[in-house]
Structures are given as structure tokens and as C-alpha cells.
Design a protein around this ligand. Structure first.
Ligand code: SAM
Length: 276
């Protein structure tokens, strides 16, 4: 059977008697128009490698395969493997299924093993409970990837793209924007998912930031943002006290009376660089 001849996802799910498990953050996208749009937003996927976390019944996987990608799909819930096997047969040699916890895998090693030499993308409708640790792990890790298109809870997506003076601006925004160029490209109401979650969702596309800092600076950046946003209403001179306080702020060209939420990405990078 080819990709075009596969039955609608809703039919396959009920034929297999598969019900969503809340503990695994399972909210499925069964509308191929939506999953195809996410695949388009991700980038030029024809011939590219894609790591997908949590394929579930395979709605997004199918769109990625239709776009010509070579997909490595990591799923923790083994119940979906028979359904996904059908997809693998419909796109011979282009879908590798890995039963594993995505938090425990080495993404670069997996892609190098199964899809060597292809530009690599992360494209996923992420399980809510592990979305942020997966993103930060990929950002802090080796920069082998070409792009990402990831679905998060809308509130998390807003925290990723937030800018200074925005209530959502915090550690996640600074770390992400220091390491990549994120853009919130699409929001989806809860009713677009089966079963619907409690909140809306949004897709964030991330591109390379050419001037991303070196690993040594990233760990310092994490220390200054943790301290500064740990007490976000306080002035830098007190929130950064343990790291150098007023002297550190001045060395970074900042006003010690500023609060964390008014310091932009460049300011945080200067603070990290000034930290001993
Ligand atoms: N991609 C599918 C879709 O869009 O319909 C399913 C998305 S659902 C939000 C999240 C998927 O991630 C589920 O299939 C769930 O079993 C899987 N999952 C949850 N935690 C995981 C983990 N730690 N590692 C790998 N997969 C996980």
C-alpha cells in the first residue's frame, strides 16, 4: 500500500481499539491538512532527515513522509508500533521506528546511524510534560540540526518567543533566543486534537542563530539567568549578589538598578561573558 492509499487515521485508531493515555500526554492530530501544514512550515524536507518525538498514531509522521523526509520516530508507547509499521511499509526505507524515551536518546547518534549525510530537522507535536526539557537539551547540545518545528502548549510557545518587558520573558526566552531564532508560526485551538487538551497549542519554528555562543558561555548564561529571574522583581544588584552584584552588572554595561525582565538577550550574554 502506498502513502496515498492508507486509511484515514481515525479509522485505523478505532480499528486497533487505541485510546489515548493521559500519562503519556497523548493528544492526537488526526487532520492531515494540519499535519501537512506543520511539515511545510518546518522547512525543505524533501530528502532531509527528521527526528520526530512521539509519533503516536502517525498523523504528523505521514505528512513528513509525504514531504519526502527520512524519518526517525521515537515513541515510548509500544501500542502504536503496529500502526506505525504500516506507515513504514508505505514509505519503504524512509521510516525508522525506535521504541524509547526521547529524554534518554542521543538524537545526533540516532540520525547519524539511520539517516547519514542528510540535513537534520526536529519536527514533533511534543508531549506537554517533556517539551521544554527536550527543546533545551537540543539547543544546548551539538548544533548539527538545520531547523526545528515543534508544537508546545501555547503558553510555553509564548514563553519561548517573549521579549523584554513581556510577563512571559524569562529563562526559557533568553536561553532559546541566545541559541536560535524562534518564531511562533501557528496556533491551534484545543479542539483540533483528539482528545482535546485543556489549553491551546502553538507551533514554534526555530532557525540557526549564526552568532550563537560557545558551550562555555552557555553554562554561564544559565547561571546568570537563573539568578536574575529567580528574583525577577528585584534589581540586578541584589538578584545577582551571589555572582558579583553591582560590579557584574556594571562590567556588562548594565544599570545595577535594572530588573531582569528589562535586560535583553545581548545584555544577558554580556553578563555571562563578564562572569568569572
Ligand atoms: N505525533 C502525534 C500526533 O500529533 O497525533 C502524537 C502527539 S502526542 C501530543 C505525544 C506523543 O508522545 C504520544 O504518542 C506519546 O505516547 C509520546 N510520548 C510521550 N512521552 C514520550 C517520551 N518521553 N518519549 C517518547 N515519546 C513520548
Amino acid at each position: 500500500m502506498s502513502l496515498e492509499d492508507l486509511p484515514p487515521l481515525r479509522e485505523s485508531l478505532s480499528a486497533q481499539g487505541l485510546l489515548a493515555k493521559k500519562s503519556f500526554g497523548q493528544h492526537f492530530l488526526l487532520d492531515l491538512n494540519i499535519t501537512r501544514k506543520i511539515a511545510r512550515l518546518a522547512g525543505p524536507l524533501d530528502g532531509a532527515a527528521v527526528l520526530e518525538v512521539g509519533p503516536g498514531p502517525g498523523g504528523l509522521t505521514r505528512a513528513l513522509l509525504e514531504a519526502g523526509a527520512h524519518v526517525v520516530a521515537v515513541e515510548k508507547d509500544a501500542r502504536f508500533l503496529p500502526l506505525l509499521e504500516e506507515l513504514a511499509q508505505a514509505a519503504p526505507g524512509r521510516l525508522t521506528l525506535v521504541e524509547a524515551d526521547a529524554l534518554a536518546i542521543d538524537a545526533q547518534a540516532l540520525l547519524t546511524e539511520h539517516t547519514p549525510g542528510r540535513p537534520a530537522y526536529f519536527v514533533s507535536n511534543l508531549p506537554y510534560n517533556v517539551g521544554t526539557p527536550l527543546l533545551t537539551g537540543w539547543l544546548i547540545g551539538p548544533r548539527f540540526w538545520a531547523g526545528m518545528a515543534l508544537m508546545f502548549q501555547k503558553e510555553v510557545a509564548q514563553r519561548i518567543v517573549a521579549t523584554t518587558d513581556d510577563d512571559a520573558y524569562g529563562r526559557l526566552a533568553v536561553l532559546t533566543q541566545a541559541l536560535a531564532l524562534p518564531e511562533l508560526v501557528m496556533t491551534l485551538p484545543a479542539r483540533a486534537f483528539t482528545p482535546p487538551p485543556k489549553v491551546d497549542s502553538a507551533v514554534v519554528v526555530l532557525r540557526h542563530r549564526p552568532d550563537a555562543p560557545e558551550p562555555a558561555l552557555i553554562s554561564k548564561l544559565e547561571r546568570v539567568t537563573a539568578a536574575a529571574f529567580g528574583q525577577r522583581r528585584k534589581m540586578l544588584r541584589s538578584s545577582l549578589k551571589a555572582l558579583g552584584g553591582e560590579a557584574l552588572a556594571l562590567a556588562a554595561g548594565l544599570d545595577p538598578e535594572q530588573r531582569a525582565e528589562t535586560v535583553d538577550i545581548a545584555g544577558f550574554l554580556r553578563l555571562a561573558a563578564a562572569l568569572n
